[in-house]
Design a protein around this ligand. Structure first.
Ligand code: THU
Length: 163
């Protein structure tokens, strides 16, 4: 038996004001997308913005449904829409934020497990890593240089290779 350890690393900015310009702008666009979310059930409005290697930016926000599981998170709306329009173009970064009239979002929004799984698929396809910028309504912002920090020991296509 061997004991193994996996370390994760991320940057913590005091505020979005301290982010580099490209990341600040992406977060601003995610914030704008959050204001257009369709979230009549949770009232938790999430926004995301995906930056592609070709410079295009795709926005997403959560789309809820009266049949709850039929809805989709903001991150996957943006990621799928980017990949649908520009299949195979590397994703460089995704910014995520949220706003709500019912709760105070003082901590950064971190993606759910299903969104992390989708992100790692695109990172594995890409030549480089995908940067994840995570923010709440205010306060500190977390930045991870790679999806691997968020989903260690992930399942991927290699598990499906036939004998
Ligand atoms: N949600 C997202 O869109 N992204 C996340 O990272 C966390 C959760 C959505 C799903 C649902 O519409 C609402 O937020 C409450 O869970």
């Amino acid at each position: 038996m061997h004991k193994r350890e996996i370390k994760i690393e991320f940057l913590e900015y005091e505020s979005s004001e301290n982010l580099p310009d490209v990341e600040k702008d992406l977060l601003k666009q995610a914030k704008n997308a959050a204001s257009k979310a369709y979230a009549p059930y949770s009232h938790f409005h999430v926004g995301s913005a995906v930056l592609l290697k070709n410079g295009k930016i795709f926005l997403g926000n959560n789309q809820e449904n009266a049949a709850y599981p039929s809805g989709l998170c903001a991150e996957r709306v943006a990621l799928f829409s980017a990949s649908a329009r520009y299949p195979g173009v590397d994703i460089l970064a995704i910014a995520i934020t949220a706003t709500s009239k019912e709760t105070s979002i003082n901590e950064p929004i971190t993606p759910c497990g299903a969104c992390r799984q989708v992100m790692i698929e695109y990172e594995n396809m890409a030549k480089g890593n995908i940067k994840i910028i995570m923010s709440g309504e205010r306060g500190k912002v977390l930045v991870s240089e790679t999806v691997k920090n968020l989903i260690p020991l992930s399942f991927d296509g290699n598990h499906l290779i036939k004998k």
